[in-house]
Design a protein around this ligand. Structure first.
Ligand code: ADP
Length: 186
């Protein structure tokens, strides 16, 4: 039975990407990963690419209109159900999403600031992402998350689609918890 799509929310470095990949491999979900889409665009020589590079490199979000436009182009390409990793990241993005598709389940991976910083610095050794290298930029991303993205938790709680998962647990444990949630939900 079709129950809508799945959204993953976590602070930066919270484990969304790892979880999304596991869900794709084992459950066959289509993924829409906004960070990846933006990084591809960033590396193109376009004017928008340069704008994106500037924003992401400093630890800022890209404007809602730009990412909403990208999502609106991506969603019709997918066969449902799909997983959104990295979208929405602001309440206006969440409101926009409601206009174009159904949200059935929101998984919020909770992680402490200390863990975020440790994980991102570790990832920075191999990710090639400039936003993973400096403590200042990581702190800025954590602040952005608290101010811009965290309000989505109440937004989705009110819609009764939100589930909390302990993102401090191991990769295997997180996946097991999420699989249990999906078995009950789907
Ligand atoms: P992380 O896993 O560290 O959260 P992502 O790869 O998901 O990083 O995203 C990298 C960057 O791309 C973000 O820090 C932000 O600048 C930009 N970005 C991704 N998704 C969005 C979005 N929905 N709205 C605005 N900016 C976004």
């Amino acid at each position: 039975m079709y129950k809508g799509n799945i959204i993953l929310i976590s602070p930066p470095g919270g484990g969304k990407g790892t979880l999304a990949k596991q869900l794709k491999d084992k459950w066959g979900y289509t993924l829409i990963t906004t960070g990846e889409i933006l990084r591809v665009e960033k590396n193109s020589d376009s004017k928008i690419g340069k704008q994106i590079k500037n924003l992401i490199g400093k630890g800022n979000l890209v404007p809602d209109e730009l990412i909403n436009h990208i999502i609106q182009k991506e969603i019709p390409k997918t066969t449902e159900p799909f997983i959104l990793d990295g979208f929405p990241r602001t309440v206006p993005q969440g409101e926009f999403l409601d206009k174009i598709t159904d949200v059935g389940l929101v998984i919020y991976l909770e992680v402490t600031d200390k863990t975020i910083q440790e994980r991102i610095l570790e990832r920075g050794k191999t990710s090639g992402r400039e936003d993973d290298l400096s403590v200042d930029i990581i702190q800025r991303r954590i602040k952005q998350f608290k101010e811009e993205t965290f309000p989505l938790i109440n937004f989705y709680k009110a819609k009764k689609v939100l589930t909390y998962v302990d993102g401090e647990a191991s990769i295997e444990e997180v996946f097991e918890m999420v699989e249990n949630i999906l078995r009950i939900w789907s």
